[in-house]
Write a protein that binds this ligand. Structure first.
Ligand SMILES: [Zn+2]
Length: 484
């Protein structure tokens, strides 16, 4: 039996509305109401103690990436937008390697369709999914027989431990609406959440097959499925307000629609993505120079170079300058997203790619030269810095509501284990962040994307410290699978 007292911190529990200086008690990985006299003590005087952040959009399924997320206050990192297939293999691999944070995956619509439409055998790693995104065969529409085959595969993945279905249809913008509605129907029938990277908005891209926001909300109304609108910031560009209005209208009509955003104007994806084709860039007001390759730092000079890079390395990650945070109007638009009462914070974190091309390391500090989007290491601490400390649009309880409580609630129905996450009630999992309210800040930038955030003093995952006194514990791998 291991017992611990987090002593004297300001405990904020969005589950009960608690906001008071008190001790928080932990036994064997859970929050309890009493411990023995010889329990270990972790001092939290002057610090805030809250439920660790639950990131429902993290493509980081690596030790290196999860450690950066740990310093960002995250205790559970889930890949739900894209997912991995076979999910059983993804879960087994994470368990075998060990993970500092809790992990889980959705069933991958992309990989299931890649197998059926292009004969590409799925592998449970993000690299193979990124490579698939640029593949034209995968982006096609299915025949009825193909569709029933991939729907069957997805059902199998749900039975094998997937937390929902990840449907990044924005990467198959010409696919028929019949690629989306049937999978929404499957989600509704199985009562599992669907996580969507939607197609373009019609006012930005009048050629799109169907408006992305309308497709999601129509399917939510039609099927009753819980639909989660991923990174509304990056898929809406300067039409953010309309996307949020469409979501609000759907909720008002009784649909189960939720949404998330990350606090960066710059996006990131595989350079082979359909919406980065030179002839499609104008949709977002972009030009080739708005794209910077992550590993080399190369800014794409012109359309010819973009074609060349897309053909040679379609799975290579790049940054896309969608909104300019140095421009006050763009910054205001981005920040308005976080005043919307329903906006959940989620990172879209990406694995770190090192100089030798590998994407993981047990070394800490991380080997120099790693490439990723700064959101990997800084999403949550940047949100705290900007929205609590600098602009005051949130108070601390509101921050924990958006970073911990609401995201865990997305999974409650299908995965009852999620009910123990995102709050600090007795019986909750001891996934706890202890942070310095005056110091907490992101430090990752485009030029230094793996600089760990500052100000998370202690981080417990299932009751076991991963960060203690601001230092990473290199032997701590207490992460467990979150699964139905
Ligand atoms: Zn996405």
């Amino acid at each position: 039996m291991t017992e611990m007292v987090l002593r004297g911190g300001r405990v904020i529990d969005p589950g009960t509305g608690t906001d008071a200086v008190r001790d928080l008690l932990v036994r064997d990985g859970s929050i309890v109401d009493r411990v023995g006299g010889d329990a270990a003590v972790l001092d939290a005087t002057g610090l805030i103690v809250g439920p660790g952040f639950v990131d429902v959009h993290s493509h980081v399924n690596t030790i290196a990436g999860q450690r950066l997320q740990a310093f960002d206050g995250v205790t559970t990192a889930l890949d739900l937008e894209v997912g991995l297939m076979p999910v059983a293999a993804a879960l087994a691999r994470a368990a075998a390697e060990g993970r500092p944070l809790n992990y889980g995956f959705s069933a991958s619509w992309t990989a299931a369709r890649g197998l059926v439409l292009a004969g590409i055998e799925p592998a449970p790693d993000l690299g193979s999914v990124l490579a698939l995104l640029g593949d034209q065969r995968w982006q096609a529409s299915s025949t009825a027989a193909q569709r029933s085959r991939w729907l069957h595969l997805l059902s199998g993945e749900l039975a094998d431990g997937a937390l929902g279905i990840g449907v990044p249809i924005g990467y198959a913008p010409r696919a028929a609406p019949s690629e989306f509605l049937p999978v929404a129907r499957l989600a509704g029938a199985a009562d599992v959440p669907l996580f969507a990277h939607v197609r373009n908005l019609v006012e930005a891209d009048p050629d799109v097959t169907v408006d992305g926001a309308a497709e999601l909300t129509t399917a939510a109304a039609e099927t009753g499925a819980a639909m989660h609108y991923c990174h509304v910031n990056s898929t809406s560009g300067r039409h953010l307000e309309r996307a949020l209005r469409t979501i609000d209208a759907a909720i008002a009509e009784g649909s189960r629609v939720t949404h998330e955003a990350y606090p960066y104007g710059t996006g990131s994806t595989a350079v082979g993505a359909a919406f980065l084709a030179p002839e499609r860039l104008h949709v977002w007001g972009l030009e080739p120079r708005s794209i910077v390759l992550l590993r080399s730092g190369e800014r794409i000079a012109d359309a010819a170079r973009l074609r060349e890079v897309r053909a040679a390395t379609p799975g290579a990650l790049c940054l896309i300058e969608i909104l300019d945070e140095a421009n006050p109007a763009d910054r205001a638009l981005l920040e308005a997203t976080f005043t919307h009462p329903g906006t959940i914070v989620a990172s879209d974190a990406l694995p770190v790619t090192f100089d030798d091309g590998t994407t993981d390391s047990r070394q800490w500090p991380l080997p120099a030269g790693g490439a990723t989007h700064p959101r990997t290491a800084g999403t949550f601490t940047k949100a705290l810095r900007r929205f609590v400390r600098e602009t005051g649009i949130w108070d601390w309880p509101e921050a924990f509501r958006r970073c911990s409580f609401l995201p865990a609630r997305l999974l409650d129905t299908h995965a009852p284990a999620a009910r123990r996450k995102g709050h600090l009630g007795v019986g909750a999992d001891a996934d706890i962040v202890v942070l310095d309210p005056d110091q907490v800040t992101d430090r990752a930038t485009v030029l230094a994307p793996t600089a760990p955030a500052h100000g998370v003093r202690h981080l417990l995952v299932n009751g076991e410290p991963v960060i203690r006194d601001g230092e990473l514990l290199p032997d701590a791998y207490p992460g467990r699978a979150l699964r139905p």
